[in-house]
Write a protein that binds this ligand. Structure first.
Ligand SMILES: Cc1cc2nc3c(=O)[nH]c(=O)nc-3n(C[C@H](O)[C@H](O)[C@H](O)COP(=O)(O)OP(=O)(O)OC[C@H]3O[C@@H](n4cnc5c(N)ncnc54)[C@H](O)[C@@H]3O)c2cc1C
Length: 411
């Protein structure tokens, strides 16, 4: 059933009793052409692009929990394209382009809306980094502008004049957007299922099977499933799953946390980043303040987050915005980031034939459509699309790294 105003009216007349299930819940088949490990936005997206763009529909997505229950459900939904390397900017800009058409492509409202982002600058090095990024972005025709203090004061009248590290200026990027993270996973799942992809939940991959140097399938908590090709999109578990294939990835896994306050009336439109404290916050559609910051100070797989990071994040927020001092926080959580040594994603074939990886990196919600599309293209054609040529694993051997910031605020 296609979602439209007509289906809404029809189902309203039927008291909403006859909506079809958004996706099936099939048992795994014995064999598929392609298996995607990981039912987050990246994995579900790859399955859908395989089906839509390459006509490969004998595909299963294997998810150890429930779909979209990993980092896709834990992130703070910011979608931005302000990067500095000549390979990163087109990649992220293509993602923005795909985001804009995603609700239409999937026939599912991912609730994309442009919010704009203001980064408060508190040091000379922050200003020079922002200028450098503004210059780079202008080469790519992007609107990323420096805001002098008086203009900033006009737009945001309620920041403190007496912050421990005084605000000396800001940068503004109008196009930065947010989308509803669950809707992204559900939209891809529904669209992929419609094209025949099997989405198999509660199915943990426990081993990668191979003959010689080629994959032949996976061992799972629901038995062996054969496949000619396997794609991995398991943010936060990249090293664990790749190790099953005998591959050691150049990354570390770090927890990142976020917290939300009780809802209040609308006060903020833009997403705010406080450069000196490495934290960021925005107001959700429901009115909650959503606050995030740096990763925990050590690698871990614990999805909790350390109290000292929570404290640091709140300290920075109330120092610059004392107006929020009496807010009550009601929820805190963490997810895990697979952070590469240059802070850029990896979308690549591997030394094992038929095994492909999409490592989302430090801020992979924003890249969901482009990474999934490129991952699917790689699996289908066995060669990297020009857009991701520089995102391969071999850059860690050649030394041609794509060094980006991004392991802290402003993911
Ligand atoms: C607190 C926080 C805030 C963030 N904020 C932002 C942000 O504002 N903007 C941004 O761009 N990014 C942000 N990120 C990063 C972003 O959430 C992730 O990069 C992105 O969601 C990765 O998507 P994914 O589909 O690859 O991973 P996931 O959604 O994590 O999906 C991977 C799936 O693989 C499954 N899996 C793992 N191992 C196995 C196995 N052995 N067998 C089967 N299934 C398996 C997991 O259960 C999981 O569901 C944030 C992350 C966190 C934690």
């Amino acid at each position: 059933m296609s979602y439209s105003i007509f289906s809404l009216v029809r189902n309203a007349i039927d008291y909403h009793q006859n909506w079809q299930k958004a996706w099936r819940n099939p048992d795994p088949k014995r064999e598929y052409d392609v298996i995607i490990i990981g039912g987050g936005g990246h994995g579900l997206g790859a399955a859908w692009y395989l089906a839509r763009d390459h006509g490969i529909t004998n595909v299963a997505v294997l998810e150890k929990g429930w779909l979209g229950g990993g980092n896709t459900a834990r992130n703070t939904m910011t979608i931005r394209d302000n990067y500095i390397r000549s390979a990163s900017v087109p990649f992220h800009r293509e993602s923005m382009k795909l985001w804009r058409g995603l609700s239409r492509d999937l026939n599912y409202n991912v609730m994309l809306h442009e919010r704009g982002m203001i980064t408060f600058l508190q040091s000379g090095s922050g200003v020079s980094h922002a200028r450098r990024m503004a210059d780079t972005m202008s080469v790519f025709d992007s609107e990323y502008i420096m805001l002098p203090l008086d203009e900033l004061r006009r737009r945001v009248p309620f920041f403190s004049d007496t912050a421990r590290m005084p605000i000396i200026g800001a940068v503004y990027h109008r196009k930065i957007a947010m989308a509803r993270h669950d809707a992204v996973a559900w939209g891809y799942a529904r669209a992929a299922d419609k094209r025949g992809v099997d989405i198999i939940q509660n199915c943990e991959v426990t081993g990668i099977l191979r003959e010689g140097n080629r994959v032949t399938g996976v061992d799972t908590s629901r038995g062996v499933i054969k496949a000619k090709k396997i794609g991995m999109a398991v943010a936060g578990h990249g090293s664990v799953v790749a190790e099953m294939a005998g591959i050691r990835l150049p990354l570390e896994t770090w927890p990142l946390q976020a917290l939300v306050s009780t809802p209040v009336k609308p006060v903020l439109n833009e997403i705010f980043v406080v450069d000196g404290f490495h934290n960021y916050f925005m107001q959700s559609d429901k009115g909650e303040l959503v606050v995030g910051g740096v990763t925990d100070p050590y690698p871990s797989y614990a999805q909790r987050g350390s109290p000292q990071v929570t404290e640091h994040v709140i300290e920075g927020l109330v120092d610059v915005f004392p107006v929020f001092k009496r807010m009550k926080f009601m929820r805190q959580w963490a997810g895990m980031l697979d952070i590469t040594y240059d802070n850029s994603p990896i979308i690549s074939g591997t030394s094992l034939e038929g095994f492909y990886i999409d490592v989302a990196g430090s801020g992979g919600f924003k890249t969901t459509p482009v990474a999934a599309k490129m991952h699917a293209d790689l699996i289908a054609n066995d060669r990297p699309h020009p857009l991701i040529e520089e995102f391969g694993l071999n850059r860690f051997q050649t030394g041609r790294l794509l060094v980006e910031g991004g392991v802290d605020a402003n993911r």
